[in-house]
Design a protein around this ligand. Structure first.
Ligand code: SF4
Length: 310
């Protein structure tokens, strides 16, 4: 079955085996992060709309999950290559998952920019885990790292995140992407700490560049910098995210899919994010030889230059 909205399950550094659901077309987002591994935002917008037909997404969910017997899933994750809260019927999709597939935990990866809207807060209130990115707490770093749509205001956005976290009863994970020289100053980290103290997250992930971002000048933060920030936030539950290869090696899954299915699954993954051979081996439980064989097939039929082996 050709899947349009669902991909995986893939090994995620924080969610274990994650079945992803993409709710908006590639790079439809409220911001344009310099580190985004999905490429530059091509539709920079704050307009909520039914970007994909809700009934089509729900039909695909049913096709995949009704008799699911594949790799065990840790989370069904609303994510992909854009901002999922832009989908105006996200509540219907979450409700469908919770009603028909309660055996699976649900998560959302959001940049939090729309949480100032009470309707958005209500729409995602039933999800089990909200992972919210907060990279910047000053206007300068917000403009340089996140490059927001014109309608966004940093203070309104941060207030919205705080309000959501006060109302919400599920787990809250906060991710902070560090770029040295921009959002790692003492002042920025102090403001961030005050904000995070109000939010009371279950965990804070300090992240840094791991895969190729949009802008060449973005570099991984040094271990020293990440440790310095972790120390400054030590009164809060803070961890430094491991590099993908290290984490991936920890969760090999058994292979049980045909070459044709593997070809589709790898294509779906690569459409959304660059991946290493190790990522694919771990996600699909396959040997290096088998992944390389499938990649050769994909390359042979791909004429648009979307895939590059490095
Ligand atoms: S990293 Fe996430 S929030 Fe930032 S541009 Fe990419 S999809 Fe949007």
């Amino acid at each position: 079955m050709q899947k349009k909205y669902i991909f995986g399950p893939v090994a995620s550094r924080r969610f274990g085996m994650s079945l992803g659901i993409d709710l908006v077309p590639h790079k439809t987002c409220t911001i344009d992060c310099v580190y985004c591994e999905c490429g530059a935002t091509t539709n920079l917008t704050t307009l909520r709309a039914e970007y994909y037909p809700t009934s089509d997404i729900i039909n695909e969910i049913d096709n995949v999950l009704a008799n699911y017997s594949g790799t065990p899933i840790d989370y069904i994750t609303l994510t992909g290559s854009g901002e999922p809260t832009l989908h105006s019927h996200i509540a219907d999709i979450i409700d469908h998952l919770k009603t028909h597939y309660p055996q699976f935990k649900t998560a959302i990866l959001t940049n939090g920019t729309l949480l100032c809207d009470p309707q958005v807060r209500k729409d995602i209130s039933q999800i089990d885990l909200a992972k919210i990115s907060i990279d910047c707490v000053t206007a300068d770093s917000f403009a340089r790292i996140n490059r927001p749509a014109a309608a966004l205001d940093l203070k309104t956005m941060l207030d919205g995140i705080v309000t959501f976290c006060e109302e919400y009863t599920g787990k809250i994970w906060i991710e902070v992407f560090i770029i040295e020289g921009i959002n790692d100053s003492e002042n920025e980290i102090l403001i961030l700490k005050n904000l995070l103290t109000k939010i009371k997250p279950d965990i804070i992930h300090l992240n840094s560049l791991d895969r190729i971002g949009v802008e060449d000048w973005v570099r991984p933060a040094s271990e020293e910098t990440l440790q310095r920030i972790a120390n400054a936030l030590s009164s809060l539950p803070t961890v430094i995210v491991k590099r993908a290869a290290t984490a991936a090696q920890q969760s090999e899954q058994p292979a049980n899919i045909t070459d044709a299915q593997l070809c589709q699954d790898i294509t779906a993954l690569l459409r959304r994010r660059p991946s290493t051979i190790q990522d694919m081996m771990t996600s699909f439980g396959c040997s290096e030889e088998r992944v390389k064989k499938v990649l050769k097939k994909i390359n042979a039929v791909c004429k648009d230059g979307m895939y590059q082996m490095r």
